[in-house]
Write a protein that binds this ligand. Structure first.
Ligand SMILES: Cc1ncc(COP(=O)(O)O)c(C=O)c1O
Length: 383
C-alpha cells in the first residue's frame, strides 16, 4: 500500500491487474474487491462442514470416478443442465476455473493464433489468452446480444469466447442469442467457448447450454466454476467441458498440468449442490438481492451516480461514478478500510472506458455491505 510522508494512503502506482488490487484487500473485513464468495455459511452449509470428517472417510474408500461423476451431476443439474458429456475426457475436473482456462488456452494456441473475446470482462481471461500468444479481438456485449458478429470478423478468428453471465456486467447470453451465435460459429468452423463461472446466481442462465451447443453442431468448450457460489475457503472445482468434435488437445494438455482434483473437494461440492437444490440456492439469490438493494438504497440521491446494469443478478455490482475517477474513489474508500475494484482492467481493450466505474462484490456478510455502502455514500457526497 502506498503512503505519503504523513502516513496518508495514496492510490497505488500502476497495478498490473485486478488480482493485484484484490491482494491488497484480502486482510480487510471490508473487502468488497474480489468476486469470490466470502459471505457467512448458512446453517445448512455449516452442517455440511461438520460432515467433512465423514466425507473424508467416504472419499478415501470410494472409486474417484464415482465421486467425480456424482459431483458433476449434482452441480450441473442444479444449474439446469439436463445433458452433459459423460466421457471423462470431455468433462475435465480442475482445481479452479483459471486452471481450466489455462488448459483451454494452451490447447487453442496449438490450432489458431487469434480469438475474439467479450469486452469488458474479468482481466485474468485476456491475460491467460495473451500469455499463450493469442491475438485478441474485442467484441462488445451489445453486438453479441443484438445484431451478431459480422461474417468477416468471425472468419478472422479461430474462437469466440463469451463470459455469461459476464463479470462485471452480469449480462446473460439468452438461449436464443446462444443458439444464433452457435449456429454462426458452426457455419464458420469457429470454436465457441463460454465461461459460465457466475451462472449460479442468475436463473436466466439456468437453461441447458450444452443442449443448445450440441444441436448447433459447433465445436464448443464450456468452463464451469463452483468457486463463486459458496464460501468454501477456496475449495472449488473448475470443469472444462467440450464437444466431441472440438478438435483441441484438451485432455493431453490437462495431463501436462494435473493428475486430478481432490475427491474430498468433489464430495463437498456435491453436498453443497444438493443443499442448494433443496432450497439453499433460492436463499442465496435472496441474500444477494438484499445486499444489492442495501447498496442501491444507500447511494440513492447521490448526484451523478448510477447503476448501469439495473437488472444484473450477479454477485457483483457496477457503479458509474459520473465525473469522479475510480482510482480517487478507491483511494478515499481505502481510508475507511473499504476495498472495491476500479474498472479500467475489465475494459482490457480500452481501459479508459472503465476509469469512472467501480465494482463492488455482494457475496459478503450483510453487515459488511451495509458499512461499505455508508462509507461509499459519504465518499461520493464529499467529492
Ligand atoms: C468470469 C471469471 N472466470 C474465471 C475467474 C477465475 O476464478 P478463479 O480465481 O477461482 O480461478 C474469475 C475470477 O473472478 C472470473 O470472474
Amino acid at each position: 500500500m502506498a503512503m505519503n510522508q504523513t502516513g496518508e494512503v495514496t492510490a497505488p502506482a500502476e497495478l498490473g491487474n485486478l488480482t493485484q488490487f484484490e491482494y491488497l484487500a484480502l486482510g480487510s473485513p471490508l473487502n468488497l474487491a474480489d468476486g469470490h464468495a466470502r459471505q457467512e455459511l448458512t446453517p445448512g452449509q455449516i452442517r455440511i462442514v461438520d460432515e467433512l470428517p465423514s466425507l473424508w472417510a467416504e472419499s478415501v474408500k470410494r472409486p474417484v470416478e464415482e465421486v467425480e461423476a456424482e459431483a458433476r451431476r449434482a452441480y450441473l443439474e442444479l444449474l439446469g443442465q439436463r445433458r452433459f458429456p459423460d466421457v471423462p475426457e470431455r468433462l475435465l475436473s480442475c482445481y479452479s476455473s483459471s486452471v481450466a482456462m489455462e488448459i483451454f488456452a494452451r490447447s487453442l494456441a496449438r490450432t489458431t493464433d487469434s480469438i475474439m473475446l467479450v469486452h469488458p470482462t474479468f482481466d485474468n481471461i485476456p491475460d491467460i489468452l495473451r500469455g499463450v500468444g493469442l491475438r485478441l479481438e474485442p467484441v462488445e456485449e451489445p453486438v453479441l446480444h443484438g445484431a451478431g458478429i459480422p461474417d468477416d470478423r468471425l472468419r478472422s478468428v479461430g474462437c469466440v469466447f463469451v463470459t455469461t453471465p459476464n463479470n462485471p456486467t452480469g449480462r446473460v447470453l439468452s438461449r436464443s442469442a446462444l443458439r444464433r451465435l452457435a449456429a454462426r460459429c458452426a457455419e464458420h468452423d469457429v470454436v465457441l467457448t463460454l465461461d459460465t463461472s457466475f451462472r449460479g446466481f442468475d436463473t436466466d442462465a439456468h437453461y441447458d447450454h450444452y443442449e443448445v451447443l450440441e444441436a448447433s453442431g459447433c465445436r464448443w468448450v464450456v468452463i464451469e466454476d463452483t468457486g463463486k457460489l459458496w464460501p468454501t475457503l477456496e475449495l472449488k472445482i473448475g470443469w472444462l467441458a467440450s464437444s466431441e468434435n472440438v478438435g483441441l488437445p484438451l485432455a493431453e494438455v490437462y495431463s501436462d498440468i494435473l493428475l486430478g482434483v481432490s475427491p474430498l473437494v468433489l464430495s463437498m461440492v456435491r453436498r453443497f449442490a444438493e443443499e442448494a437444490a433443496g432450497g439453499g440456492l433460492a436463499d442465496l439469490h435472496r441474500f444477494i438481492a438484499t445486499n444489492r438493494a442495501t447498496l442501491r438504497e444507500h447511494l440513492e440521491g447521490v448526484p451523478d451516480v448510477r447503476f448501469p446494469y439495473p437488472s444484473s443478478r450477479a454477485s457483483v455490482e457496477l457503479i458509474d461514478l459520473g465525473q469522479r475517477t475510480a482510482l480517487d474513489v478507491w483511494t478515499a474508500l481505502r481510508r475507511h478500510n473499504v476495498y472495491a475494484l476500479p474498472c479500467e482492467k475489465f475494459h482490457w481493450a480500452n481501459p479508459v472506458e472503465g476509469s469512472r466505474r467501480l465494482r463492488l462484490a455482494l457475496s459478503r456478510p450483510a453487515s459488511s455491505v451495509l458499512t461499505a455502502a455508508k462509507a461509499l455514500r459519504s465518499v461520493l457526497l464529499a467529492g
